[in-house]
Design a protein around this ligand. Structure first.
Ligand code: SF4
Ligand code: SF4
Length: 204
């Protein structure tokens, strides 16, 4: 059973069988840089420690302060990594997740990683929004692991997102908190939204 979101105010359930359009929200006000998300992802996907499908960056703001910015794959709607893949191994599924066909198509050329997106040995793996878990009614491993409840998985169709404890109407939550997407001006259409921390000037 695919994940069923708890009820949120103004929340309209998607018609059964209708494809979701996954998105993630990362609330930088809450992230304390603990990297439990990275560890949970590595455990879930049996990754070596050198593979960080969600990487937590420490960023300096222009005021001399710092904050933490977890970055999974942005699952871009106009994904540069998808365009450069010479074998068509990288593709978007019907729910908007950018996946890599590691078994039949990826030849490990790493063209996609130049763009940048980061396991079968010799092929490329990347964050895939834990589709195997959401299809099974569970939160992505990183969302479940975040004790600060900074990570939300959401559905643009149903207009809802949850961190496992709080469920919000996605569009309202993004608007009221001035959410932004990383390097949005490049036109790649990331499916990951950030909420800036209190008083931080984000030099993105
Ligand atoms: S687990 Fe949560 S608080 Fe910790 S680094 Fe990841 S997003 Fe931030
Ligand atoms: S959604 Fe899944 S694959 Fe992506 S960073 Fe989180 S745990 Fe890793």
């Amino acid at each position: 059973m695919p994940i069923a979101f708890p009820a949120a105010e103004g929340h309209v359930r998607a018609a059964p069988g209708k494809a979701r359009q996954w998105a993630m929200v990362i609330d930088l006000r809450k992230c304390d840089g603990c990297k439990e998300c990275t560890l949970a992802c590595q455990t879930e996907h049996a990754l070596p420690k050198s593979f960080e499908w969600i990487k937590v960056f420490e960023v300096k703001d222009s005021q001399g302060g710092k904050y933490f910015m977890p970055r999974p794959c942005f699952q871009c709607e106009n994904a540069p990594c998808l365009r450069v893949c010479p074998t068509g191994a990288t593709f978007r599924d019907e729910e908007g997740v950018v996946l890599v066909d590691q078994v039949d198509k990826c030849i490990g050329c790493r063209m996609c990683m130049e763009h940048p997106v980061p396991q079968i040995k010799g092929t490329v793996g990347k964050c895939m929004f834990c589709v195997h878990r959401t299809d099974d009614g569970k939160l992505p491993a990183c969302v479940e692991a975040c004790a600060m409840e900074a990570l939300y998985i959401g559905d643009l169709v149903e207009d809802v997102a949850t961190n496992g404890n709080e469920t919000v109407r996605l569009s309202t939550f993004l608007k009221e908190n001035d959410a932004f997407r990383y390097k949005e001006d490049l036109g790649t259409g990331p499916r990951v939204y950030y909420i800036a921390g209190h008083g931080q000037l984000l030099d993105n």
